[in-house]
Design a protein around this ligand. Sequence first.
Ligand code: MN3
Length: 225
Amino acid sequence: MKRNILFISLWITATMLATAQFKLPSLPYHYGALEPYIDSTTMYIHLNNHHAAYVTNLNKALEKYPDLQKKSLEELLTGLDKLPAEIQTAVRNNGGGHYNHSLFWTVMAPAGTTTISPALEKLLIANFGSVDAFKADFEKAALGRFGSGWVWLVKEKDGKLKIVSTANQDNTLMPGSAVSGKPILALDVWEHAYYLKYQSKRAAYAKAFWSVVNWKEVEKRINEK
Ligand code: MN3
C-alpha cells in the first residue's frame, strides 16, 4: 500500500515536472563565486527561494492555458497586454521575475574574469560620455528606485543604449515601459538581493556590482541581433 502511494506520488511529480514549461536555471558559477562582493548565502536563497517561487507561480498561472505554455518568455512579456486579463498580473510579476533573474545570473561573473573591451568602452563613451559617467548614471538609477525594482542598461530599437529603472519585476520588454528595448545588463535592487551583506547600504552594493559584471556577456548581448 505504502509502495503504491510512493509510486503514485512519484508519477504525479514527474507529470508535473514534464508539463511545467518554465524551469529554474542553474547558476553558471558556484554560489560563492561572486564573494566577497555578493555572498554565497544570498546567492543560494536568491536562486532557490526567490527565483524558484517566480518559476512555480508562472507555471501555475499558465496551467489553464496550454497555448500560452508554448510561448517563449519574451513573447509572453512583450505581449502582456494581450494575455487573458485574469493572468496578466501573475505573468507580469512572475514571468518578469523569472526573466529578470535568469538574465541577472548570466551578466555576472567571478571578479577579475572579464574586462571592458576597447570596442565596448567605445560604445559606452559614445552613449554616456565615459565609462565612469555610465557607472555613475547606473548607480544613481539604483539609488533613485524607491522600494523594490531593477536597474537596466537597455538597447533601444535604434541601437542607442539607455539606463532606466523599473519597479517590482517589470522590465523593458513589457508594453508601456518608459524605455523600451532589449535588456543588456540588470541589477536587482530588491532588498533580498543585498540585505544579508549590505543591510540598508544599497549604494555600497551597487558599487560592488561593478566587480562582478560579466562584461563579455554584456558586449555579446549588445552585438547579437
Ligand atoms: Mn531578486
